[in-house]
Design a binder for this molecule. Sequence first.
Ligand code: PGA
Length: 252
Amino acid sequence: MRKFIVAGNWKMNTTVPEGVQLAKDVVAKAAECLPANVELVVAPPFTHLFPVAEVLKGSKVHLSAQNCADHVKGAYTGEVAVDMLTSVGCEYTILGHSERRQYYGETDEKLVEKTKLALEAGLKVILCVGENLDEREAGKHFDVVTAQTKNVLYNFSAEDMAKVVIAYEPVWAIGTGKTATAEQAQEIHACIRSVVAEKFGAKVADDMTILYGGSCKPSNAKELFAQKDIDGGLIGGAALKAEDFLGIATSF
Ligand code: PGA
């Protein structure tokens, strides 16, 4: 069964008290209006995970990290390991966000390592893929997204895929207010699903949750989520207000 998921990527926003308040607001709103068939996830900064986990206890909201280290433990100053994430109650980690690829040199090879460690630790992975503007304008978007998906996921088993969510985020749509049209998103989502099917079979591909991300907001979520291969969203800016975030989660 395919799951619908709306995940909020807070990026490097909010102080700890602000983040705790936001989490409380999300929990309260989710209790009021979250549809039973939608899973809600928040991904605060590392510093917030422990207090936010406390807020989420007993609620309908799940906890994610935004990244993890590519080593289990040891002398890696400034990094955060998968066991640290599970020990504070993280259920998910986002991996391969375009901002990590672009600003922090995250390669597909590194993402294979990170995905392996995350899955072994029992975390579910939200793997981000997506083309930049130059690649889109050169007509390479299908190739880029296909390669990113294969380079990471083809190193894993069909069973592992039950713990993987893919987020298609066209880089030109992230934080720009420019959303991919529902048709543009749908055709890439269908392509990603076929790439998954090619290696792991139709059933695994059919069960895979594929999120759209990039300037998704309450006003455009409905049209995006109405597409047959779009199973929810990875939300940046609009996840920083509980009302907008839940406005998106109620758009199915
Ligand atoms: P945005 O970010 O919703 O602010 O465009 C999405 C993301 O980067 O995950």
